[in-house]
Design a protein around this ligand. Structure first.
Ligand SMILES: Cc1ncc(COP(=O)(O)O)c(C=O)c1O
Length: 396
């Protein structure tokens, strides 16, 4: 058979998702890699044991299963290397612990995933790292916030819950002029719709719990780095002992095979519902980067190849006292949408978003923010469910 790895270089995204990360000839022709459960690895003799001069040496340092997934992710991200960790949150905290030391300053986008902020405000603070939150729309002006001790600039685009876009290229260029490492939580777009390293980011972070898993049953994180930042990242992973399980690694590789076509469906259904919501009297605004009405739409159009299935809308309320009761009435009337936090699975979800942590990117004033994850169900059924929610909210 001809060489698959070089053939993949010229192919489209779905072909790469279908074929990256496993060479069946390595495993007697089996299409999928084996799930290797391992702590101990044996050495053939004392000299090899002493020098560790063999491919696998210890379970935490990689197996054929984790290698298969890492290779697939490297290919998708255009990365020098990828580490696998047990959750999306660990995919944020491990690189922060890798690149930050006591006395350093870090700039973190204000529309960041809340548990990332919690890690910064508690553990990073205790370790002597100062964290400052910046406006997601800041662009090149981030340079004015960079101090002599700023080491890391963290981006997340679109932002959690309110979906602000960021000018990643401009931010990365400014950060690099001052020697900072640029990290990005790219969970929303996945490498199918945005490849951070191609846009100047040094370290790309994913909660693979979401679309790569796709079935609401696996917690997983991946962190991929460029050549300059890979050695420190892989060293930190080994030092911390944070590694992913073989079964979960296998499930994520399995999920990648269908992720492209699942995302197409998430994207189309979410856009159909977002557009319909814009026409509804009950809705003040829809927060979806792929809608021309959204303030960050031009950035999304310039940089992103598509949109995934999660966005928010602002439910109109005539007084702040009604925000909570209207939001709860809407949520409690839903039957197909589940009330749950972790997204990216096959099923639709809704949540009343809490934005009280924000320092710069303030909550909308027109009403409560409802975040929707649009799953793989049929759009007319989801619309009917939302209409039941509106009827209940209108009665408040
Ligand atoms: C943007 C983003 N990053 C990271 C995470 C963390 O992922 P996990 O739930 O696997 O810890 C989430 C989870 O919701 C998220 O939305």
């Amino acid at each position: 058979m001809a060489d698959k790895i070089s053939a993949l270089k010229e192919t489209g995204i779905n072909t790469r998702l279908a074929h990256s990360g496993n060479n069946p000839s390595d495993f007697h022709g089996f299409v999928n890699p084996p799930v290797v459960h391992a702590s101990t690895v044996l050495f053939p003799n004392a000299r090899t044991m002493e020098s560790r001069a063999q491919k696998y040496t210890y379970g935490t340092r990689g197996t054929p299963t984790t290698d298969a997934l890492c290779e697939a992710i490297n290919e998708l991200e255009g990365a020098a290397g990828t580490i696998l960790v047990p959750s999306g949150l660990a995919a944020v905290t491990v690189p922060f612990l890798t690149y930050l030391s006591a006395g350093d300053h870090a700039l973190v986008v204000d529309s960041v995933y809340f548990p990332t902020r919690h890690f910064c405000d508690t553990m990073l603070k205790r370790l002597g790292v100062a964290v400052e939150y910046y406006d997601p729309m800041i662009g090149a002006a981030i340079e004015s916030l960079i101090r002599p001790n700023t080491r890391l600039v963290h981006t997340e685009a679109p932002g959690s819950n309110t979906f602000e876009m960021q000018d990643i290229r401009a931010i990365a260029a400014a950060a690099h002029r001052h020697g900072c490492v640029v990290t990005m939580d790219n969970t929303w777009a996945t490498p199918v719709y945005f490849r951070p390293l191609d846009h100047g980011v040094d370290v790309s972070i994913h909660a693979a719990t979401k679309y790569p898993s796709g079935h609401s049953d696996v917690l997983f994180g991946t962190v991929s780095a460029n050549v300059a930042h890979w050695p420190a990242l892989t060293e930190a992973m080994v030092t911390l002992g944070v590694c992913a399980s073989p079964d979960d690694s296998y499930q994520i590789l399995r999920g990648l095979r269908t992720m492209g076509i699942r995302l197409e469906r998430h994207q189309a259904s979410a856009l159909a519902i977002a557009g319909w919501l814009e026409s509804r009297d009950e809705v003040a605004r829809v927060l979806h980067p792929a809608l021309p009405s959204f303030p960050g739409h031009d950035l999304w159009k310039r940089d992103f190849g598509g949109a995934s299935g999660i966005f928010s809308f602002v439910l109109k309320a005539d007084s702040t006292e009604k925000f909570r009761t209207k939001a709860h009435a809407f949520l409690d009337a839903l039957s197909l949408f589940g009330l749950g936090y972790s997204w990216g699975g096959f099923e639709s979800l809704a949540v009343h978003v809490n934005l009280s942590d924000r320092k710069v990117a303030k909550a909308p004033s027109e009403g409560p923010v409802i975040r929707l994850q649009i799953g793989l169900e049929d759009v007319p059924d989801l619309r009917r469910d939302i209409e039941a929610g509106f009827a209940a909210a209108n009665a408040v």
